[in-house]
Write a new protein. Structure first.
Length: 325
């Protein structure tokens, strides 16, 4: 292994481990009861999600924005810890190192995160003063050719981690059937989700049409102009944002269930959907993948959205029935 990347690899792995540990602790506390605490529950879920996301990305590279994100997570978590035991945080307060042992373990994880980041920065400064290229010595962004396969594998593991993480949360989380969707509950929330899900399906079909146009699969149309590419990206972003409140309501209100068949199909495909989305983003951003990788990722994403729509929005809007389910 090229020794120039060792100083970057070691802190990245340790930093990812401490962030993941902090995220796991807060996810566990959220599931075990903090989700019922006003505002605090949402903050715990936000902390766990961002910590896991940054930890996963640190396995691949460590550009300055990721290190800033890790610093922000650790500082905000420690500040919230102190506030909850002094002045109170949004009306919530705790005593000392309670709950035990999670409070102490969380303190250790966040403190280690900050210490690693400080040591990393000190190493960067020392490398600069000694004339060693900081980009080579610290960030490790330019990997030797012999390491590309390893990083390709790590990129492939990221979508898998997203699917596994959503599945784990959906199974470990206790469903809260009173969860609201923009203030709507019960049948009103289901109707709103069905409508939003149908809109998402419409956007997916538009995405499919534009992708076929871009790839020259529509003989009746000329080559797609640049604005079609821009529109394709904007609609994709809109579809992703539209899916988030739907997914949040589904996983918090119902979790991941295996019965009946329709619900199992909807739950598992919902987890798979975000893994497919991450896979598509990775393929778009990394040009080394084969030419068929992007159409495959995009087609998989549209298929997942179609299955979700068929198993829930269509089923609900069609009088609680769908052929074959």
């Amino acid at each position: 292994m090229n020794t120039r990347i060792l100083p970057a690899l070691a802190p990245r792995l340790v930093l990812a481990a401490t962030l993941a540990a902090s995220g796991y602790i807060h996810a566990q506390l959220y599931i075990n009861g903090y989700r019922f605490v006003h505002i605090i529950g949402s903050l715990f879920l936000l902390q766990a999600s961002t910590a896991f996301a940054v930890a996963a990305l640190l396995l691949l590279a460590a550009p300055p924005p990721l290190r800033i994100a890790a610093t922000t997570i650790a500082i905000c978590t420690l500040a919230a810890f102190v506030a909850s035991r002094t002045t109170g945080l949004f009306g919530f307060s705790e005593d000392g190192l309670q709950p035990a042992p999670q409070a102490l373990l969380s303190l250790i994880a966040e403190t280690l995160t900050l210490l690693i980041l400080v040591a990393w920065k000190a190493t960067e400064v020392a490398a600069a003063k000694s004339g060693v290229g900081v980009a080579e010595y610290v960030t490790g962004l330019a990997h030797p050719a012999e390491h590309r396969r390893l990083y390709d594998v790590l990129w492939l593991l990221l979508p898998v981690a997203v699917v596994v993480g959503l599945f784990w949360f959906g199974r470990a989380h206790t469903p809260n059937y009173e969860t609201s969707l923009f203030g709507n509950r019960g049948s009103d929330a289901q109707l709103l989700k069905a409508q939003m899900g149908s809109a998402l399906m419409g956007l997916a079909l538009i995405q499919l049409f534009l992708a076929l146009w871009i790839y020259g699969r529509l003989p009746a149309l000329r080559a797609a102009p640049h604005r079609v590419h821009t529109t394709h990206r904007l609609i994709g972003l809109t579809a992703f944002l539209l899916s988030l409140p739907i997914a949040r309501h589904c996983i918090t209100a119902y979790g991941v269930q295996f019965t009946p068949t329709r619900v199992a199909l909807h739950s598992l495909t919902g987890c798979f959907l975000y893994g497919a989305f991450v896979a598509k983003v990775i393929v778009v951003r990394h040009r080394r993948w084969p030419g068929w990788a992007l159409p495959l990722a995009g087609g998989t994403l549209v298929t997942a959205i179609a299955l979700i729509w068929y198993a829930a929005p269509l089923w609900y809007l069609n009088g609680l029935q769908a052929p074959g389910l």
